[in-house]
Design a protein around this ligand. Structure first.
Ligand code: IVH
Length: 674
């Protein structure tokens, strides 16, 4: 090597070290020592040298953080040690039960040493370091197989690309796990920038983090303010690293960002106190958390406790109760759903509740409205639990302004003006006018929705236009629409009209459970329609069924049975079905095993919480020729598994049945459809 080369290498090394040092001060310690301009000068110098000497670029050079060329798709990565999920508790009592099980498992009466950590609400990832170099990064995926997102993770400034020589020697293979998040403040700023650039904004920090990380173009990832918090390693049998506390200390020394609210505490009381501290501090944190993770500190003890299915027995997520926030009511309106039920809705001054902007909240029904006595101008508490519609849970009477007016429930339908009725013993007021525009809109939307005829492009807005322009008075009219009728509508261009008509045309052959669901009979969701199709097999036998026969079917009670019979005895509904048949809607018989479907010969079992009812997935599997069984056996090919799965998952793992997530299921169908 020439003298000049040596000089260049030395300068490169020094530059990289200095840049890493300032990166650390900036991103990790929040204590920059040099100005941004000075930092940029260092960085530009590094880039210039590397450009002139591409052979000297190393994978751990800070220049590698700016993103790689876009890739086609992510490659699967099998985790050497599965990434587990966590059991949940939601109260001190439930946590006490967890603690008791731990002490029983360890055969001790003594207090257990736990480590408590905020449960960050972002995206779990694994970083693999070989001989101290960051070589591979992946998402959690289904816990066994994730996606290779190495170039994206490289762009995250606070992820060390290189570990100390000592650690590299001691632990030639180190797999670090943690959560990628976006801080709340950075999220607000990012959204402002996106909005200013005329781009769509992101719903909440978690979605923003997930979306930013899973970009095929890592340059986009590089432009997003992502940070990584480490919370563990994959192995629990490494020299000297025999507890969670020791692992965290090592990771901190190696320059990883470690949450500053991690505590080591003893026993039940220690954990409860830590939980209460976290609940109190939560509003002050600049990142979203949805609970506290409690881990048995000692790895030897973790090994004794082991795991059940995919969740360890030595850790638990103590989740926060549903989040609430206070805001003011701007107006109270009454909305009419597709079944005619009139629901009072509070229009709110926008408020963020567990990461989502809330502008409307339900007041449920007349009794609830009266009980709360919510009025425009009131300060109210709204609550969001999971994905359900937010609700008003309390009114702060001490903050009620003067001269507010109580809201009275209307006596006529706010959409069509017809009188509304309240059945004895029911809480709901209903508009009984079946041609009420609000109901029509809801019915049309439901008819065309994903679980029904699945007509692409027919959303709520278009449904309203079709009704307002008197083009459609009931779903059967959809099959009579022409391009000439569509073109004069708002925002309707040639292409869009053709696409919609093609979608309507395609939907004519849709399967029996979807037809049943699409009718919108009260109580008949996707799961009930699957059961009804399985039982009757043909639309005619379903249409001519009796309350007695219907009540025999699993999941169909007397109310639903009565509603089904009432639906078909209503003359306009029968006419609607006849008109659909005339226009080529097929109402095909339901054969549970199509001979030539992409899933023919495959048996599925469905378990856990999925994004839609199980019936939805069942219908789709059967449509494609597959079968769905109720229990896992050696005949099962796939377990479609959602969150919080229990014994079926354990059984599938025991039998070696392939376990797939919803995402993988969708992928499988896309592949099968070719
Ligand atoms: S430990 C067996 N620690 O929670 C241990 N997980 O259900 C499993 N999470 O998706 C993970 N903060 O990404 C652990 N301090 C923390 C965590 C944490 C958030 C997430 C994790 C995973 C989920 C586990």
């Amino acid at each position: 090597m020439s003298q000049a080369d040596k000089k260049i290498i030395a300068e490169l090394e020094e530059l990289r070290e200095r840049i890493n040092h300032h990166n650390r001060l900036y991103y990790l310690l929040d204590k920059p020592e040099i100005s941004d301009a000075e930092f940029d000068r260092l960085f530009d110098r590094l880039l210039a040298i590397e450009k002139a000497h591409p052979e000297l670029v190393t994978p751990d050079s800070p220049s590698q953080r700016i993103g790689a060329p876009p890739s086609e798709k992510f490659q699967p990565v099998e985790h050497r040690v599965p990434m587990l999920s966590l059991q949940k508790v939601t109260s001190a009592e439930e946590f006490a039960q967890f603690d008791r099980r731990v002490r029983e498992g360890l055969e001790t009466e003594n207090e257990i040493r736990y480590v408590t950590e905020p449960k960050l609400d972002g995206l779990a990832v694994e970083l693999v370091y070989e001989n101290g170099l960051f070589v591979l990064g992946s998402t959690r995926g289904d816990g066994r197989t994730g996606e290779n997102i190495t170039p994206n993770l490289r762009t995250i400034r606070n992820i060390p690309l290189k570990l100390s020589a000592e650690t590299a020697r001691k632990y030639p293979l180190l797999e670090v796990r943690g959560e990628v998040i976006i801080r709340k403040s950075a999220f607000e700023k990012l959204n402002q920038e996106l909005a200013a650039a005329g781009k769509p904004t992101l719903a909440n920090p978690r979605n923003a983090a997930a979306g930013s990380l899973r970009q095929l173009d890592s340059k986009i990832t590089a432009s997003r303010p992502l940070i990584f918090y480490a919370y563990g390693i994959s192995d629990t049998n490494l020299d000297d690293l025999n507890s969670q506390q020791k692992v965290m200390a090592l990771l901190k020394d190696e320059g990883f960002l470690i949450n500053d609210r991690i505590d080591a505490v003893d026993g039940l009381t220690g954990v409860e106190q830590a939980f209460n501290r976290l609940v109190e501090d939560r509003p002050k944190l600049d990142y979203e958390i949805d609970g506290m993770v409690v881990k048995v500190d000692s790895f030897a003890r973790q090994a004794v406790l082991g795991r059940i299915s995919r969740a360890p027995r030595w850790a638990v997520a103590w989740k926060f109760p549903a989040e609430e926030a206070q805001t003011t009511v701007e107006a109270i309106e009454f909305s009419v759903g597709r079944t005619g039920v009139v629901t009072p809705v509070a229009n709110l001054k926008a408020v963020r509740v567990s990461g989502v902007m809330v502008t409307h909240a339900s007041l449920h029904n007349e009794d609830e409205l009266n009980r709360l006595d919510a009025r425009p101008g009131d300060t109210v508490t709204v609550r969001r639990a999971g994905d359900v519609i937010p609700e008003v849970v309390a009114v702060d009477l001490s903050r009620r302004p003067k001269n507010t007016q109580a809201v009275t429930f209307p006596s006529v339908c706010p959409s069509c003006g017809e009188p509304i009725e309240r059945t004895e013993g029911e809480a709901a007021w209903r508009c009984m006018n079946t041609s009420c525009p609000a109901q029509l809109e809801g019915r049309l939307f439901h008819f065309a929705s994903r679980g029904g005829f699945d007509i692409e492009g027919l959303g709520g807005k278009l449904a309203r236009q079709l009704i307002d322009n008197k083009l459609v008075a009931n779903p059967a009219d959809l099959f009579f629409l022409t391009k000439e009728q569509l073109l004069p509508l708002d925002l309707m261009a040639d292409k869009k009209a053709e696409k919609l008509l093609a979608g309507i045309d395609r939907s004519r052959g849709t399967s029996l459970p979807r037809v049943i669901y699409a009718l919108g009979i009260p109580g008949v969701g996707e799961t009930a329609s699957a059961a009804l199709a399985d039982h009757f097999r043909s639309f005619e036998s379903f249409q001519n069924s009796s309350v007695e026969e219907l009540e025999q079917i699993d999941g169909i009670g007397s109310t639903i049975a009565g509603d089904i019979v009432a639906f078909f005895s209503h003359e306009p509904n029968r006419r609607m079905i006849e008109r659909m048949k005339k226009r080529g809607v097929l109402f095909p018989d339901w054969k549970s095993s199509e001979k030539n479907g992409p899933l023919t010969g495959k048996q599925f079992v469905i378990t856990g919480t999925l994004s839609r009812p199980r019936g939805h997935f069942k219908n789709r599997i059967v449509e494609m020729g597959g079968k769905v069984a109720g229990a896992v056996s050696s005949k099962t090919d796939y377990l479609l598994c959602g969150a919080d799965a229990g014994s079926k998952l354990a059984k599938a793992e025991k039998l070696g049945v392939a376990v797939i997530t919803e995402e993988e299921f969708e992928q499988m169908i896309r592949n099968a459809a070719g």
